[in-house]
Each structure stands twice: as structure tokens, then as C-alpha cells.
Design a protein around this ligand. Sequence first.
Ligand code: AMP
Length: 216
Amino acid sequence: MRILIFGAPGVGKGTQAKILSEKLQIPHISTGDVLRKAVSKGTELGKKAKEIMDKGELVPDDLMGKLVDEILHDDCCDTGFLLDGFPRTLHQANILDNVLERLDGGETLYVIYLQAEDEIILRRLSHRRQCKECGQIVNLDNITNENKCPNCGAENSFIKRKDDEEKIIKNRLKVFHETTEPVIEYYKDKAEIINIDGTNEIHLVTGNIMKELGKN
Ligand code: AMP
């Protein structure tokens, strides 16, 4: 199964993608995660991407296209994939068309579009933290002890992503509305579009997606 998951930053794409990838047994490819790893390892790609990501801007299409082309040609994606965070521009959508045609043009592409108001997103992202010990992502609104990771029990281990500062979040939302939303239009005639309310509880969102994919 080939799935693209769309939505504004912080709408829950990563969370849903992880759950769906397990349920559907297809790899979850997050371009944001791949880039963050490259930044922390200090690779050439990471060096080019760091400053752009810190500002909430988009990494150039040619770099992203090359990256996704390499990943999708990997053996890992024979059974399909769940792509999270790509394509984010019309040019990236064209690049993906070419890659998919070379893989096997005929398979149905599903586009899941998770939606939420900007205000909700702003609140979610400014309260989002990641445990530096186990990698768990939490929202401070949803945990009882703000200083203890509910997954691994580590204390004072939460860090905030640099691009989760309010000014940067606002820029990421602007980039999403101006540049990425038109990409969803582009898929209207090319894919099965599934619109989902991203403001529900996590398990309800997952259930709604699975139902729309005909997988329950
Ligand atoms: P994300 O974790 O998906 O919110 O991505 C974090 C940041 O990585 C974005 O704000 C961009 O700077 C960069 N990024 C991730 N995916 C892409 C992409 N497809 N095109 C350009 N930049 C990207």
C-alpha cells in the first residue's frame, strides 16, 4: 500500500504514521526525521539543512527529491510505504510522480489529509516535547508530571524542538498554507484523498483512517 500523509506541522502526522505503519506493515518514511538525523550526525545534507530547518523554511526541492528517490528505491519499500512530510511543493509532487512511475506506476496512491485549525496547532506545538533518553514525543497538556517521561521514567529529560518556538511555528504554518496546501489539490485526480479530522483523540483518528482505507 502506498500512502502519503499530509497536514500542517503538529497536526499529528508523525504519531498517526507510526501507528499506521505498524498496523499496515509498511515502512514509515518521515523526511523531517531523516533530516534531523542528518543534522545531528553532521553529514553534508545535515549541514545544508540545519539553518533552513531552524527558520521553519523548506529544504530545496532538488536535495529532497534526491533523498526520497534513494529511500524509495531501497528494498525496504517493496511492500509499499507511508510517506510523511513529502511532497511539500508542487515540484516535489512532480519528482515523486517520476519516482513512482519507475517503481510501478499502476498502484493506487492514498493521500490522507489530517486537518486542524491553526490555533489548535499553535497550542499543540508550543507544548510538544521530546524525551532525550527514549525519543518519546509528549504534549505537556496530556501528562500528569511535566518533569517525568511517561514512557521511560527519565526525569527532566524533555527537550523542545528548535522549530517549535512560536515565531517559527507561525512561519511553518504560513509555508504550509502557501506552498503545501496546493499540493493536495494536485492529487485530486491522481489519488484517493481521505480527509480526516485531526483534532480527535489519537485512537479515534487512527480508527477513522483505517475505516477509510477499508482496513477494519
Ligand atoms: P517535519 O518534521 O515534517 O515538520 O519537518 C521539519 C522540517 O524539515 C521542515 O520544517 C523543513 O524545514 C524540513 N523538511 C521536511 N520535509 C521536507 C520536504 N519535503 N521539503 C522541504 N523541507 C522539508
